[in-house]
Design a protein around this ligand. Sequence first.
Ligand code: C2E
Ligand code: CA
Ligand code: CA
Length: 754
Amino acid sequence: MDEKLMHRRLRRTAVIIVLISLLLILLEGIAMISLQKNLNETIKQRITGEAEEYQGMIMDQIYANLQSLNTLASFIRRGDLDDQEYFARRIDEANKSNDFISMMFIGCDGLNILSTLGQPIQVGFNRDKVGEEVSQLIDRNMNGEMGVSQMYLSKVVDATVFVYGVPVYDEDGNMLGSLLASDNIDVFFDMLNGSNVLNGAGVLHLVNQDGQFLIRSPQMIVQKEINSIFDGPYWSGEDEKQKARTALQNQQSFFSSFQYDGDTYQFLLEPVGVNGWYLFCLNTPQSLSGDIYSMVRIMQIVFFIVLLMFVLLMIYGYRSLRRHNRELRRLAYHDQLTGSDNMVRFKQKLQARLERSEGLSVIAFNIRRFKFINELFGKEQADLLLQYIATVFAQHVREGEFFCRDAADSFYVCLSDTDNGRVLEWIQSFMDEIGYTTERYNSNYRVVLYCGVEVCQDGSCLDEQMLTHALFALENAKGTHSDNIVFYDSQLQEKQQLENRIESRMHAALKNGEFRMFLQPKVHLEDGKLSGAEALVRWVSDSGQTFYPDQFIPLFERNGFCIQLDIYMVELACRQIRSWIDHGIQPVPISVNQSRTLFFTLDYLEKLTGLLSRYQVDAGMITLEVLEGIALENVDQLNLRIEQLHQLGFRVSMDDFGSGYSSLNTLARLNIDELKLDRAFLMEISGGSGERTRLIMEQIIQMVQHLGISTVVEGVETEENDRMIRDMGCDFGQGYYYSRPIPADEFSKRFMQQ
Ligand code: C2E
Ligand code: CA
Ligand code: CA
């Protein structure tokens, strides 16, 4: 997966998680707020209900006291006032038999009597001596109204009291005066202080219109010495205080809540209806609302836990997704063996640099004869070598440069340098280090690398194209023996263009018969007679241009077209033999080159037998030449194939022996019929290192003959070559000395007698 896409997905997942979490938090918030609102409403209703009940109780008490005072008043006759002593005693007795602190009679005609518990009765005192609060009440009584006075501090009883007062009429309904009784506010104390206030979870105080405590329950929540509710911590601010004051002045209820000691409390100020008194009713949240409260709390906790778990789960999911992605990226972008980048990553990095229009060089590396290293030193050693090369790459690349291993022994490096000279220097120092170290530690085997370089000066190249060019240059480096390092240039470009042309036309060319069979004779050295011919392909295009195998065979081997071409060449060989036979000419066997890929295709044998029967040609007339390199891969597999071919009657020859690394041991295990010694042997002998090579050649020929395999020496160019190989005891010779490869017709004319 593309890295950007992966990041985008990760980011999207993270955003979704955050959004869902926020949404859940919001939902929880809304749910909690509405629950809290409901809870507050419920609490308010319950407090109000409770407060009203107590208010009723207070009013009942006051009403009951007023009633009993009224009853007393109704017994008073005008005549009673005449005997002042007697009347005073009656008042005193009445006082004692009630729960009042004091009783007072204020007559219209100036008879004033005051009975105070534990004090002598006062008769005829001046009415002006009574306080303002009582005086107002007396006036109301005189007007025929009964009522209760404001609270005041009584000097007589030395306590804060209030007074009930009723009008007194004579039998004829004329006003006689006012009968008053004082009472301590404490009469309400027990009532308010009952432990069952708000189911035992509430506190009731009595306050006056100014917010001053009249009765402060000892079970107070706020344990502070305060006189007024406005001095306490019941308010969220001045604003609220002001609202409460206004409500008190207007005798309205006021509901609110406050925080104290980490808890939230609700309170209600409920007017009692007398004297501006207020019930100040508070609840302890935990128990007032009981079930509902705990339900809400449980819900809050459950919701919070669920949310927490969800968020944790999401975070866990997100993290494991990230880990998973990282692992995927590691797998997707790294080479398992060396730990370096792989091709996918390399291309991404290359693309990024080219997008920034940065000049750079791309170098493709291969190890020379890597398969051989694998076979000779074992897979483990070969793996170690690859790892070692990756380490050296890592040491040699500079900031911003990078490399990768693609497959097998294929490495790519991207350098920031674009100067051919400096790039070459870099490659050489790198190669020297690899060669030097491997030679020291690997049984004196010096690992040789070859590489192809593509330089892009201004960054205006395409990544794919750069890689193709580097590879193309690498292929060329492989092809030449002299140079390990090849820069892609105009010449190579032309070559590539040619390949492109060839590739686009090869199928049509095959159909049009543009591939021609040239034959080169194989000569029996003992008597110089023709013993056979090798079929070599030439491509004569319809424009008359001739292409040689070197120009297209490597390409066809890469793109697989060789499979078709080689079979076609077998067909041409069969056709030629048929033609000779049909013309009454004694045919000679023809050798046909077979590429590795064709040799192991599944229907190879059927294709061959198909051609034999079609042209009625004996399989013994066809020799199949395979390259030496094929033996390096799997001897058993190769032998199996050779065995199958033998059963059909074909002969199998090993081509170019000595050009690669096949050992004589390997050779000894192969069931081939013929061995063709590479022309490099003769080249070397005439080149200088003559004697040694000659000896080797001789040894090979002798050994191979012992194995019953016939020998052919290729590249015989001179009479001297011819004599030498004859002396060595070689069976056959092939080379320009006898003839160059020539068109089949010409060959027939020159070498085949009727
Ligand atoms: P090869 O099979 O080793 O063929 C021998 C090559 O050496 C031929 O080159 C031939 O022209 C050349 N040669 C022969 N005698 C001499 C000599 O005395 N001196 C020198 N310097 N060269 C000599 P050619 O025809 O260009 O073929 C090159 C290679 O292409 C062949 O090497 C063979 O590997 C491949 N090839 C040719 N035709 C086919 C084909 O039909 N199918 C396949 N798969 N490969 C083919
Ligand atoms: Ca050959
Ligand atoms: Ca050859």
